[in-house]
Design a protein around this ligand. Structure first.
Ligand code: SPD
Length: 338
């Protein structure tokens, strides 16, 4: 009898313990880690944190049914794809009392018009980070990646949509172009660029720039600013041709085992003090209006981080390309193995 009681209590104990966890899967370098430990202390919920570096990597993980995550951070177009593929839980909006802090302009976006599945987290742009002590040319265009002077010193994001967006913009097309002839033109351009490319790399390219193994990298704004803080010889520029602007979002994947904890965490991230701490560390803007007074002046006054419409008039949101995605994926696989 005693042994049954012991096993019963053990099972209850284990299941109780398991309830106090939260599996978070986020982009690399996209949180202030002290915010995570403070959440653990405040809510008594242990966070198991893991990172990825592209929307496609996140999608593949969810489609494979692996991970067991409770909170994820897909970009705009990826919210659409995931919702269409029943990969997201509907949010209990009533539990998100801090949603009031979010700028109305970011609510009910075209990629989630009823705000069923996603809450906006950050927004940003893709541009060029470079070393001012190694680059002698003035940079204002993506074309710098084809300059033979920087052979083996350039790096592009390991991200299909970002790389083709850059090529499309040089050619004068939309980042969402679906004409196979235009794709072939972009492919030719990108194959030619491989002569000068060190690697397609999203996260580590920042370290390559810091150690001077790379001189010019395609990078997202906040990630660039994170290394600019470490080295004053690094600068960031918005290319004149334009590229991708994005909103990344907080979502709960379908079948998440700790949905209530996930909603507590989302509501916590929407708190003004927490949002401000994250912005001050990651250097991406967040649509949290109530956080702004606590955001460092050099961040909130920086036009690359909080851009005006004029600066980004050639920037576009990525859209889901539907069936055409597989055509682009085939080209991307060929390009990488070229
Ligand atoms: N280190 C975090 C980078 C987040 C970039 N997300 C947006 C990707 C849009 N293609």
């Amino acid at each position: 009898m005693k042994i049954y009681l012991f096993v019963f209590l053990l099972i209850i104990g284990c299941s109780k313990k398991n309830e106090n966890v939260l599996y978070v899967y986020n982009w690399s370098d996209y949180i202030d880690e002290t915010v995570l430990t403070d959440f653990e202390k405040e809510y008594g919920i242990k966070i198991i944190y893991d990172t990825y570096s592209s929307n496609e990597e996140l999608l593949a993980k969810l489609q494979a049914g692996s991970g067991g995550y409770d909170v994820i951070f897909p970009s705009d177009y990826m919210v659409t794809i995931m919702a269409q593929n029943s990969l997201l839980e509907e949010l209990n909006i009533k539990s998100l009392t801090n949603l009031k802090n979010i700028d109305q302009l970011f609510l009910n976006p075209t990629y989630d018009p009823e705000q069923k599945y996603s809450i906006p987290y950050t927004s940003g742009l893709t541009g060029i980070a470079y070393r001012t002590d190694l680059v002698t040319d003035e940079i204002d265009s993506w074309k710098i990646f084809w300059n033979a002077k920087y052979k083996n010193k350039t790096m592009l994001l390991n991200d299909m949509r970002e790389v083709y967006a850059m090529a499309f913009k040089i050619l004068g097309y939309s980042v969402n172009d679906t004409d196979p002839i235009h794709l072939a033109e972009a492919q030719k351009l990108l194959i030619d660029q491989k002569k000068y490319l060190k690697k397609y790399e999203s996260d580590m390219s920042k370290d390559f720039l810091l150690t001077k193994e790379a001189s010019i990298i395609q990078q997202w704004v906040g990630d660039s600013y994170q290394i600019m803080e470490q080295d004053s010889n690094i600068a960031f520029v918005i290319p004149k041709e334009g590229s991708i602007k994005f909103t990344d979002n907080i979502c709960i994947p379908k079948g998440a085992k700790h949905k209530e904890n996930a909603e507590k965490f989302i509501n916590y991230l929407l708190r003004p003090d927490i949002a401000a701490r994250i912005i001050n560390v990651i250097s991406y803007s967040m649509p949290n209006l109530a956080a702004l007074p606590m955001v460092n002046d050099e961040i909130k006054n920086d036009k690359n981080i909080y851009p005006d419409e004029e600066l980004i008039k050639k920037y576009e949101f990525v859209l889901d390309l539907g069936e055409y995605t597989s055509t682009m994926e085939k080209a991307w696989t060929e390009l990488k193995s070229y």
